[in-house]
Ligand binder design. Structure first.
Ligand code: FMN
Length: 375
């Protein structure tokens, strides 16, 4: 059994009651940084138990957000948390289980000392890992104790490294383009994966930012001809509806996306006005959406492979609109084991592009622009 003891971060001195004392701004910032380090260290407890006091709960919530978990509030971790409480919380755990407790001093320091026989002194925001090799709690081993200052340094050094600071820096080398000229990192790291994380949902706030990015796209005459039918997988009925209009080749991987979406263009803003640039503008909005998504480490895979007429029927899309594409959105999975061989190959294949000279002309049609040189 692996136990993590986290003392809450720096809290305000005064509040209406001790219970209501909140983390200070600095306390919040430091815990958020520590939480990111915990995620990078691969700390993945099965549960996070927190004292109900606000400063502990806020600390636990920041950690839970970084580890994509939920917090379990329990009176047992409140003031006076002791061996008996610990025994009752861990009684049903197996040898391989990991649990985190977020609470207060002196309890946290005392417990770590009692479990390990080491005189442990935990600062606010400090984290101790205690491994329990046997069945009883008293033969614990203090594996490490990370002081908040060390978390600060670890978080700061990660920030200093350009790649580590960007979630999308996890791009496999085969997918990073060999660019002829320097590009913005977001553009370099965008690609269309087929291996999506089957459990990590897109948080509502993240999804809203992604859609907001589309909303603020440019469009011809500001007509904003884009519409999106959006189904997070939590809404199974809606998700399956979009899945049902995808072509067969896309279903094996798109079914694991966190969100499925259809894009629809307003083709006839007025009965006599065919909007020639509607598809262009929807594409532009989608491009912004895809880039904003990547900023959150959410990847997009666009699809022409769906049945527009079926989509029109399923959603009763009016005649003046045209279903254009489907999009799968989700966090990427590095685990390719469950993918079909053909998708596994695709996930590892290098990305290909034509040369700039095949697409950038001047002087005459298909004549490579004179400023291109050898690009
Ligand atoms: C409008 C559009 C339609 C696409 N349709 C499909 C599709 O139906 N199935 C699929 O697997 N990929 C589809 N793709 C993804 C492309 O194959 C992919 O973008 C292209 O191969 C370039 O790879 P990259 O996005 O990784 O750079 C589509 C992309 C776009 C923009």
């Amino acid at each position: 059994m692996r136990l993590y003891f986290l003392r809450h971060g720096i809290a305000e001195d005064l509040a209406s009651s001790d219970f209501a004392r909140e983390l200070t701004k600095r306390g919040r910032r430091r815990v958020a940084g520590s939480a990111q380090v915990m995620a990078r260290l691969g700390i993945q407890p099965r549960r996070i138990f927190s004292s109900p006091r606000l400063r502990a709960l806020q600390t636990a919530e920041l950690v839970a957000a970084a580890l994509d978990m939920e917090v379990s509030l329990t009176e047992a971790v409140n003031f006076g948390f002791d061996l008996a409480d610990l025994r009752s919380l861990t009684g049903r755990l197996g040898a391989d289980d990991e649990v985190m407790f977020v609470g207060h001093n002196p309890d946290m320091s005392l417990l770590v000392s009692e479990l390990t026989g080491v005189d442990a002194s935990m600062k606010k925001g400090g984290l101790a890992r205690v491994d329990i090799p046997g069945k009883t709690l008293d033969d614990g081993e203090l594996v490490w104790l990370i002081a908040p200052k060390v978390f600060d340094a670890l978080h700061g050094s990660a920030k200093g490294s350009a790649e580590a600071d960007k979630p999308y820096g996890q791009t496999p080398a085969s997918k990073l383009p060999q660019t002829a000229y320097p590009l913005h990192d977001l553009i370099r790291h965008r690609w269309s994966p087929v291996a999506f994380d089957r459990e990590h949902d897109i948080e509502p706030a993240t999804l809203l930012s992604i859609l907001e990015a589309a909303r603020w796209s440019a469009s011809s005459a500001n007509l904003q001809p884009w519409r999106f039918i959006v189904a997070p997988r939590g809404n199974r009925e809606e998700f399956d509806k979009i899945l049902s209009v995808l072509k067969e080749g896309n279903i094996p991987w798109a079914q694991h996306a966190a969100v499925l979406m259809l894009t629809v263009a307003l083709r006839y803003p007025k009965p006599e006005f065919y909007h020639r640039h509607a598809s262009h503008d929807v594409g532009l909005a989608v491009s912004q959406m895809v880039m904003q998504a990547l900023q959150f480490d959410v990847y997009a895979h666009q699809m022409a492979g769906f049945f527009p007429d079926k989509a029109r029927a399923v959603y009763a899309i009016p005649d003046e609109f045209e279903p254009l594409t489907a999009i799968a959105l989700g966090y990427r999975s590095a685990d390719l084991d469950d993918l079909d061989e053909r998708f596994r190959e695709r996930e590892a294949a290098p990305r290909q592009r034509q040369a700039l000279s095949d697409m950038v002309f001047n002087g005459a049609w298909a004549q490579a622009a004179d400023f291109l040189g050898d690009a």
